[in-house]
Design a protein around this ligand. Structure first.
Ligand code: ZN
Length: 92
């Protein structure tokens, strides 16, 4: 689905969601029912944040040539406390 923008001469602009490539040149205004012309505006493109781009690059490199490690890297060890409810479970 894509969002298409239309402008009614009396009511202003409104958006219509339609499958890509199916937007007609005119659409009925949801307020007055009159014909509204399609308006072409800049697409809302977003730039990938640097942290996400770096994670994607690391994942791609790891896919082709993974790093071989013999121990857990420092700072990666997480000591987690067991959930308190686990102590109440019956033991064999
Ligand atoms: Zn209208």
């Amino acid at each position: 689905m894509a969002t298409y923008e239309y402008r009614c001469v009396r009511c202003g602009t409104f958006d219509v969601k339609l499958p890509i490539g199916t937007a007609p040149k005119t659409s009925g205004c949801p307020v007055c029912g009159g014909a509204a012309r399609r308006v072409y505006s800049a697409p809302s493109l977003t730039r990938t944040p640097n942290a996400v781009a770096a994670a994607h690059a690391r994942e791609e490199q790891s896919r082709e040539a993974p790093d071989v490690v013999s121990e857990v890297p420092p700072g990666r060890r997480v000591r987690r406390q067991p959930h308190p409810a686990l102590s109440k479970l019956p033991r064999p």
